[in-house]
Design a protein around this ligand. Structure first.
Ligand SMILES: [Zn+2]
Length: 347
């Protein structure tokens, strides 16, 4: 209950910022253009900002762009939505820098890394046993790298994740400005989600099917076309209607679920191979995070059970953001294994 107490204290501190609004008295709901920007309640919002009736207060409504931007550093009901994905963006930016500046790993390092992963997933407590298991497949731990495989699919994924996180963060920060801004920002947000899903396929498909160009091209082309179609559908004005929350979640969930096809195909093709097994485990974990995220997003839990209690912290969209970062980071770990797998084995 300590959290609730802290939230209540924050709410008291925010009182001077809030408009003195009586529910149902629309004359006291002002746009914010004519007076100093302040926080308003759900009833005062224009239709384009009414997305979740279970979040009752602390809204920014039609704030000037400059004030909306600097609200990055103030408390309102979107603050944590902005910061969760902004922190995620910087996390992926640092991962990208470390990936671009690192040299291809030697087999010893790779085996040690894979051994740790194997320990985690297979609960093998003896690292020596893990290394033996892996070297049995990869050959001698002292053998040389046999291939300098391209890393573009891995970098494409990192860029897709960063684009998604940055667009999401910007959308949450600036959409309150106007209906037109909200329309553009939401489209960029949907494009970001699509880019994250599509580019997630690239390392999985490119490296798993490096020796099977037909399937490699088929899967990469299919998900790319699916992604372009999803972006086009999201351009329809009807797509952002609150009633279509399940349709939006369903479209992105279907895109993600179509990843099951190459994952199962890979598992069959490389049955018993440690790299295939570990990456599949990571992918299942990623699916769990994303799946939970979709359910939380669409059901709007927990705020639906206690409207107004999670306005500032703990509402569904913040949980959804955290689950997205967890899923994306899990896929990054799988990507590292894919790259090293092919750097060692080639095709
Ligand atoms: Zn969001």
């Amino acid at each position: 209950m300590a959290t609730v107490t802290t939230l209540e204290k924050t709410a008291v501190l925010l009182e001077p910022l809030k408009e003195d609004v009586k529910v149902g008295n629309t004359s006291s709901c002002c746009s914010g253009h004519k007076q100093k920007p302040h926080l308003v309640s759900y009833e005062c919002l224009p239709e384009f900002l009414k997305h979740n009736e279970f979040i009752i207060d602390y809204y920014r409504s039609e704030w000037p762009l400059k004030d909306a931007f600097f609200s990055l550093f103030s408390v309102h009901n979107e603050t944590l939505n902005v910061w969760t994905h902004l922190v995620g963006f910087f996390l992926f930016l640092s991962l990208t820098f470390s990936a671009t500046t690192s040299n291809p790993m030697d087999v010893n390092t790779m085996n040690a890394t894979l051994a740790n992963s194997t320990n985690s997933f297979l609960h093998i407590n003896d690292p020596v046993a893990s290394v033996q298991l892996l070297t049995a497949v990869n050959g001698s731990p002292t053998s040389e790298l046999v291939a300098n495989i391209t890393r573009w699919p891995f970098y494409a994924y990192l860029c897709g994740a960063m684009f998604c996180l940055l667009m999401s963060s910007t959308c949450h920060l600036l959409s309150c400005h106007s209906q037109h801004t909200s329309y553009i920002m939401l489209r960029l947000d949907y494009a970001g989600i699509t880019s994250l899903i599509v580019t997630s396929f690239y390392p999985l498909v490119y490296y798993s099917f490096a020796c099977y160009p037909f399937f490699q091209n088929l899967y990469i082309a299919s998900i790319t076309v699916f992604g372009i179609a999803a972006v086009l559908v999201s351009l329809l004005p009807a797509f952002e209607k609150p009633d279509l929350r399940w349709a939006r979640a369903g479209l992105f969930a279907c895109m993600g679920l179509s990843g099951l096809v190459p994952i199962i195909h890979k598992a069959i093709l490389y049955a018993g191979k440690p790299e295939a097994m570990i990456t599949t485990c990571y992918e299942m974990l990623m699916g769990l995070f994303y799946g939970l995220g979709v359910v939380v997003y669409a059901t709007r839990a927990p705020e639906r059970w206690m409207p107004g209690k999670f306005d500032l912290a703990g509402h569904s969209h913040q949980l959804f953001h955290i689950l997205v970062i967890a899923g994306a980071y899990t896929h990054y770990l799988a990507g590292l294994i894919y790259v090293r797998w092919r750097e060692v084995e080639g095709c």
